[in-house]
Write a protein that binds this ligand. Structure first.
Ligand code: FES
Length: 571
């Protein structure tokens, strides 16, 4: 907002008439705040890390002087940067380009043309065939062919049918759905309306987590505008087809990402999964046929209808068509949202688009699929990103979280961290999930505390398989993935913890100690002054020592030791 105000003030001060517009996130989180300057010829100059101070310089040099400020520039439309040039944008086609609160912007980019075409010139079956031809599979995780759900709901008996949008994005670190809702809400509304027309539903519900206030507000604005323009509501485009959408706020339970749990929550029950079949397409919301897809899936649909299923199928691999949006995060240089054609290798995403590992450290693993996904090691970096190849590694595509880890990450501790999350989020309905994850967590805690026993790895594997097989829903079935994949690819790290009581990444507190190298210590005293328990002593300009019996291993000394000394040794 500060940058927005600065631009406005600067333009006023110079009595310049410029058109200003806000947009959603383009995905380059590592460069934010961003400012796009569009010149009279239509060339877009993107400036990064914009501050009010930089705004003045951009006005001086570029707006008035006609000379772009090269130091702040992160790309132009004719020369996109490496982060954007490796991407193919279908679901994110409008994000960062249009004003999400302005339906006319969406329409100017071809919005609602697909809906008009479908309801005025296509039969519902034709819409389904187009989705079938596209090969679109659910982007929420499981990768189920979308047209199969649609067809089943179309063929199910009954006049009342529902379309639900699962916007309950629960993976820590994932924000694909949120960005689409915030940056291009109309594409989701249009996708839902197309689904409604295809299956014969008159009502849609968006289940969105209440922790996404901006997404909720933009959806509300979009729904209001769509109604006003007559693209939602009665008799859309004079075709006789009527469809409306409402929003339901979810409380943010991870298990509610599971479709049957989400439906239970929508009906006012506790969000717990139920046994399938019957599938929601036959008996879903209030027992009626229901199509439930996630945000990204719906955002693809208008593009598919207007460009044709074949055009979508031409992107991606044989079995995984189109593109997928990932939230690239963790120890990568350029984090943010990336949309890539299916089949691109993990290496390309991390090292070309993401720019490699922060501080040029060593790559260790990448976690795919959120807290119940899996960690993939370096030798698998050439794995293509598609549903089948990812599952073969033991991870899952999930909704698209991609967390990069470097050599300072302890894989046992990471497995503990994710399992702790899924254990807390388990709804507790099935015994395996409720108790199995708890027992696994106890074993992992023991190992990171240096109390691991021989046989722990095998025990973990045994319980993990029981939890996978015995759980009712996706949460329990996938919760052991981080444990199983870290054992599969980093078994030695577990063994070293158990056998030698050592943490090779030097992260597990109980297994490390801090020491001051007397040769390097300059006696500056900064560690001693910051140590929260006062266990460091020494005279000025003389080597200091840590009292091991008092040290709580907080790592403050390591952080405070000046880089000219680097005297703290972690063992
Ligand atoms: S998620 Fe509810 S018990 Fe498995």
């Amino acid at each position: 907002m500060k940058v927005w105000e600065a631009v406005k003030a600067e333009a006023e001060r110079r009595s310049l008439e410029i058109e200003m517009q806000q947009t959603g996130c383009v995905g380059m989180c590592h460069h934010e705040p961003l400012l796009d300057l569009i010149d009279d010829g239509g060339e877009v100059y993107t400036y990064g890390h914009v501050t009010p101070g930089r705004v003045k310089r951009i006005f001086d040099d570029h707006v008035t002087g006609g000379q772009p400020v090269a130091e702040y520039l992160v790309g132009t439309s004719s020369q996109p940067n490496d982060f954007l040039s490796g991407q193919v944008r279908i679901a994110l086609r409008n994000c960062g380009v249009i004003d999400p609160e302005e339906i006319r912007d969406y329409c100017a980019r071809g919005g609602y043309a697909a809906l008009r075409q479908a309801v005025t010139a296509m039969r519902p079956e034709e819409v389904i065939s187009e989705v079938k031809a596209s090969g679109l599979r659910g982007r929420g995780g499981a990768g189920f062919p979308s047209w199969v759900k649609w067809q089943a709901a179309r063929q199910a008996e009954g006049d009342v049918k529902y379309i639900i949008c699962n916007a309950d994005e629960g993976d820590p670190g994932a924000f694909m759905d949120r960005s689409i809702l915030e940056g291009d809400p109309h594409s989701v509304l249009e996708g839902m309306a197309l689904a409604g027309y295809a299956v014969g539903a008159g009502e849609g519900v968006i289940y969105v987590r209440a922790e996404y206030p901006l997404a909720v507000r933009r959806l509300e604005v979009a729904i209001k505008q769509a109604r006003k323009e007559g693209v939602l509501g009665q008799n859309i485009f004079g075709s006789g087809f009527s469809f409306d959408i409402r929003i339901k706020h979810g409380a943010g339970a991870f298990v509610c990402g599971e479709e049957t749990a989400l439906i239970a929550s929508l009906e006012g029950e506790r969000g717990m999964p139920r046994l399938k079949p019957p599938y929601p397409a036959e008996q879903g919301y209030w027992g009626k046929p229901t199509v439930i897809n996630n945000v990204e899936t719906y955002a693809n649909v208008p593009w598919i209808i207007s460009q044709g299923g074949k055009a979508f199928a031409a992107v991606g691999t044989d079995k995984s068509k189109g593109t997928k949006v990932f939230a690239l995060a963790g120890k990568v240089k350029r984090g943010g949202l990336v949309e890539i054609p299916m089949g691109v290798s993990l290496r390309k995403v991390i090292f070309e688009i993401g720019g490699g590992i922060k501080s040029d450290r060593k790559f260790k693993a990448v976690q795919l699929g959120g807290p119940s996904g899996g960690c993939i090691s370096e030798q698998l970096l050439d794995t293509p990103v598609d549903y089948e190849s990812i599952v073969a590694t033991g991870a899952i595509m999930g909704s698209g979280g991609m967390v990069v880890m470097d050599d300072t990450t302890c894989m046992v501790d990471i497995a503990r961290f994710f399992l702790d999350f899924t254990r807390k989020e388990s709804c507790g309905k099935c015994v395996q999930c409720r108790i199995g994850t708890k027992r696994m967590l106890e074993i992992l805690e023991r190992i990171v505390n240096g109390e691991g026993r021989e046989g722990d790895i095998e025990l973990l594997e045994e319980i993990a398989n029981q939890v996978k097989q015995g759980s009712l829903c996706g949460l329990g079935q996938s919760a052991p993935n981080p444990v199983l994949t870290t054992i599969r690819y980093f078994r030695e790290e577990y063994e070293v913890h158990i056998r030698d009581h050592r943490c090779p990444a030097r992260q597990c507190r109980a297994l490390i100690s801090y020491r001051i190298d007397p040769e390097r210590c300059g006696g500056c005293g900064s560690c001693a002054s910051k140590c929260p328990v006062g266990c460091i002593s020494g005279k000025k300009k003389e080597p200091h020592v840590i009292d091991q019996s008092q040290c709580i291993k907080c790592g403050t000394c390591l952080e405070t030791c000046p880089s000219r000394y680097k005297a703290i040794i972690v063992e």
